[in-house]
Design a protein around this ligand. Sequence first.
Ligand SMILES: [Zn+2]
Length: 287
Amino acid sequence: MDLIPNPQSPIPGEVITRFAPAPTGYLHLGHVLNAIYVWEAARTAGKDARVLLRIEDHDRARSRREFETALLEDLAWLGFAADGEVTRQSERSAIYEHALAILRSRGLTYACECSRTDIGAGRYPGTCREKKLPESAGLGIRVRLDPGVERFDDLRLGPQEQRPSEQCGDLLLRDRHGNWTYQFAVVVDDWLQSVNLVIRGEDLLDSTGRQMQLARLLGRTEPPAFLHHELLMKTPTQKLSKSDGDTGVRELRAHGWSADAVMDRATRLAGLSRDDVRSRTRMTRRP
Ligand SMILES: [Zn+2]
């Protein structure tokens, strides 16, 4: 198998973006805001723009098929239709293996025996970099991220500068339980699916530099464009979370809300109107 980004290679100027929920719960208002942005950006970009739907079920322990079914059903109820087949990360293991082999053949990977408790929440200090542990079940696999600066122009937030090796250290690609990590799977998928516009909440802004660096190590020559949008807020300073209640699309539907009312609520909780979203996505039109 060759890892050539060709399944839906874009024609010049064509926008390919994606909606990529994890089936670890039901669709909530945060997803809804993201979907409004994604489909609005595609609509603004023109008739050739495409929205791919990817189920990010790389975490096998937390993903459930019934959540996926419900996510797809709620999405359809809201009126969002994707282009092409739904892809599932759980069905792409051979592809991730192959991508891993590319990095391994370049001497960029190493096995890591550290547990989450060993490392904590901060930067991975490179404990296992020089241990030369043989890859085996029960060990994670990391990729070396050498020091460097990643620069990109976020379509909403403007110029950004990140230093992944200082922020997060060597990235985990597969964890000790054999799960592909979010960071790795998303980079491989965006590359191979020719995604050239990534739209997501600004809680993922810090991930962007490391994903750009990893994509380049894999062989991606052009990074996608990025738009990081507002988050839903409970108060001006406090993020809304699922535990705050009334954020599930299922519950709102059950209480008789219309699709339009649900979408208005999602944008309003982000301090926006639907027109604001429209004007923010005008930037996504490609030359
Ligand atoms: Zn380690």
